[in-house]
Ligand binder design. Structure first.
Ligand SMILES: *Cc1c(COP(=O)(O)O)cnc(C)c1O
Length: 379
């Protein structure tokens, strides 16, 4: 049977659950409820958003509203363009060099974790990559001082990953790249705090970490950098043609754009990015506070490099990591296991993760520490 009757056996039942997944990740319940309406009938149009022609007036309005709200939230200067693409952030690891090498053939990359290492590896297919920092030597726990980087003044751009989702490290100060455009993979911290786009040539983020469903990648690019894509760049990923056609060279990810637009509305209603930064700082301080206060927990990342979005921590051994994940799941706290390539626990604290979820986590962490890792009474 493929469809549930009214007594659907799926779902979490009566226990309240809190999702700490790294991505796809938690949504505000109000956004899910609004999306459910648009799934059935959008604003009385007689169509689901999924049924709309992407060139029709209804979807044009959905997309225009999403772009306008995003522009307001970011206070985006006129000379930056917003693209709504497919292919994920991993796709951008290739599309950024294809579009932004601009005949210069080389770019600087900071390797500060799992994702930036992949970005640099992909870029090598299209040009020469100069590694300006490599923290693999310390297990990606500590960000190097950006002042120590040997930047190439003739690089086409300098690429960083502002928040390393798997490693729990985040830049809290941007490198000064002078006239060389700074390009950032912001997939896991885009719109978790205000952003001064004048510091960047381009930023990109796939939506499923913090902004919406999988299938949408947002690129924001300064228009003067566009127009000299490498020969062989696919038309659907050539930024110049995408700008000229408002991201509609072919069918854009209409449903994902709609839901991201609902998320932008939610962000505006909740007070915007400064308010998100305040909330995220507070949630992260609470989580790092309990890690540092209990000997059973240790954070591999020193305070100056710690992520406000994806705190990571370890227990004394892998068995205890697993025991903690199981004890938390028994209390409805889901998806706390660390990235598959790294041991330990990862707590993703995106915009939609509530204070109530964080309090539930603090309670479990306190109980688990008090029981010295011997498990929790299952209440
Ligand atoms: C998840 C993630 C990616 C990969 O995103 P996809 O949309 O799966 O391609 C890249 N960079 C960062 C920082 C991420 O968190």
């Amino acid at each position: 049977m493929h469809f549930c009757s009214s007594e659907c056996p799926l779902g979490s039942g009566s226990m309240e659950t809190y999702n700490f997944a790294a991505g796809p990740a938690a949504f505000p319940k109000t956004v899910l409820a609004e999306a459910a309406k648009g799934l059935i009938d959008w604003r009385g149009s007689g169509m689901s958003v999924m049924e709309m022609p992407f060139t029709g007036p209804e979807f044009n309005l959905i997309m225009a509203e999403a772009q306008a709200t995003l522009r307001r939230l970011l206070d985006l200067p006129e000379n930056f363009r917003i693209l709504f693409l497919q292919g994920g952030a991993y796709g951008q690891f290739a599309f950024i060099p294809m579009n932004l090498l601009r005949g210069m053939g080389k770019a600087d990359y900071a390797v500060t974790g799992h994702w930036s290492r992949r970005a640099a590896a992909e870029a090598r297919k299209y040009g020469s990559v100069n590694i300006v920092a490599d923290s693999s030597v310390n297990g990606f726990a500590v960000l190097s001082e950006t002042a120590d980087w040997e930047l190439d003044p003739e690089a086409a751009y300098c690429h960083i990953t502002t928040n390393e989702t798997a490693n729990g490290v985040q830049f809290h100060r941007l490198p000064d790249t002078g006239a060389v455009p700074l390009v950032a993979d912001m997939t896991s911290d885009f719109m978790t705090a205000p952003l001064d786009m004048t510091r960047f040539g381009a930023v990109y983020a796939s939506a499923q970490k913090n902004l919406g469903p999988a299938g949408l990648t947002i690129v924001i690019v300064r228009e003067d950098l566009v127009g000299t894509a490498l020969a062989g760049t696919p038309a659907v990923f050539d930024f110049e043609g995408l700008i000229a056609n408002n991201s509609k060279i072919n069918t854009p990810p209409t449903w994902a754009i709609y839901v991201a637009g609902l998320m932008f509305n939610w962000l505006e209603d909740e007070g915007g990015l400064a308010e998100m930064a305040r909330r995220n700082r507070k949630k992260a301080d609470l989580v790092y506070g309990i890690i540092d206060a209990n000997e059973i927990y240790s954070c591999p990342v020193p305070p100056g490099s710690r992520s406000t979005v994806n705190p990571v921590f370890n227990l004394p051994n892998r068995d205890l990591d697993e025991a903690f994940v199981a004890a938390a799941a028994a209390r409805g706290l889901l998806n706390l296991r660390g990235h598959q390539s790294y041991a330990g626990i990862r707590v993703s604290l995106y915009n939609a993760v509530t204070d109530r979820a964080v309090q539930a986590l603090l309670d479990v962490m306190a109980e688990f520490a008090a029981a010295d890792g011997k498990g929790l009474p299952i209440s």
